[in-house]
Ligand binder design. Structure first.
Ligand code: ADP
Ligand code: MG
Length: 239
């Protein structure tokens, strides 16, 4: 928590203001959506317009939610977790979208992996965003391969390899910039959210890509307990 407090101290006033505004937008948005749904139920013949209104409202909601993750540290709860478990929970959420696009998501994990110290929901968000990008890049179907292993420095590595359209070197440099998107319906916030969350977990994300061949995303996270944390434990300090 100390680390988090220091982080939030560093947040600019503008960032806090923006996060506050985003938060305030959510309530009226929910009420608008409720009334549009009501109108839709009552006004036959105008569904077309009302459906557009609903999907635009959903889009605003989505952007506001992603924005809040970036702009403001959420209440996060770090717990020791098995990253494979998290991935097994996430994959079914994307399976329908994958199957519709002729894509198979495969997972291959080493045995006896160490745990990671993480906020489960945030970690899920990271994997969802990255897997979604992989699916959205694979217009001709194929395989998304997830590999989980321990690297030589006792860190946990999650590698997600897709067979999608790939990213050119010029575009690669722009990844993670807010609102950078090449998709008609994209927000360009997904990767930024991932970077932010992984940074809070003291990890790194590296993206390699070849145009026309596919993209590899490597996430490296410290194992739990890390050597320093063990040291604290020996001294009887609470984590
Ligand atoms: P969005 O998905 O809303 O566009 P992201 O931040 O998730 O926003 O991604 C930004 C951009 O990065 C995408 O529009 C796309 O051009 C590129 N990108 C991200 N992941 C991949 C991938 N696996 N394959 C190809 N391009 C990708
Ligand atoms: Mg995305």
């Amino acid at each position: 928590t100390e680390e988090l407090l220091r982080k939030s101290d560093k947040l600019s006033v503008v960032g806090q203001l923006a996060a506050g505004v985003a938060h305030e937008i959510r309530n009226p948005l929910t009420s608008l959506k409720g009334f549009v749904q009501l109108l839709k139920a009552k006004n036959q013949g105008q569904e077309q317009y009302l459906n557009i209104m609903l999907s635009e409202l959903d889009r605003i909601n989505y952007i506001v939610n992603e924005f809040m993750v970036i702009a403001k540290p959420q209440v996060i709860e770090f717990q020791p977790k098995d990253v494979r478990r998290i991935l097994y929970d996430v994959i079914p959420l994307l399976d329908t979208q994958a199957i519709m696009n002729n894509i198979q998501i495969r997972m291959d994990a080493e045995e006896n992996l160490p745990l990671i110290h993480c906020d489960e929901n945030q970690m899920k968000q990271v994997f969802i965003n990255i897997l979604k990008n992989a699916i959205e890049a694979m217009h001709h179907g194929g395989i998304i391969q997830i590999r989980v292993k321990q690297d030589h420095k006792r860190k946990l590595q999650v590698r997600i390899v897709d067979q999608g359209s790939g990213i050119s070197p010029e575009r690669l440099a722009q990844l993670g910039e807010p609102f950078y998107t090449t998709k008609e319906k994209g927000t360009g916030l997904g990767l930024m959210v991932c970077y932010k969350i992984i940074e809070m977990h003291h990890g790194t994300i590296k993206i390699k890509s070849k145009l026309g061949q596919g993209t590899t995303v490597d996430i490296v996270l410290p194992a739990y307990p890390s050597p320093e944390q063990n040291h604290f434990k020996d001294k009887g300090t609470e984590l």
